[in-house]
Design a protein around this ligand. Structure first.
Ligand code: FES
Length: 82
């Protein structure tokens, strides 16, 4: 079976999505760092947008929940008139 993470993002250097995600999580948080760590995007350059998309996805997943869902309205009702 092939998981989506086994899919090759960079065909030139044969770098999979899983390898790239691991590298991002290990601290390679921009294209240049990913290129150095994995060898991705060192050929034709076609995978650049995919690398940027993975970086954005990972950054969003690790971002603090600022501006996220509001706290439950029930919380504000505590102590209110019955
Ligand atoms: S597909 Fe990544 S450099 Fe060509």
């Amino acid at each position: 079976m092939t998981s989506p993470r086994d899919l090759l993002v960079c065909l030139c250097s044969r770098v999979s999505e899983g390898e790239l995600i691991e590298a991002i999580r290990a601290g390679h948080r921009d294209v240049a760092a990913l290129r150095e760590a994995t060898g991705a995007n060192t050929g034709c350059g076609d995978c650049l947008e995919d690398l940027e998309a993975l970086l954005t996805d990972e950054a969003e997943q690790n971002a603090p929940a600022e501006g996220g869902p509001q706290k439950s309205a029930l919380h504000h009702a505590e102590g209110g008139p019955l």
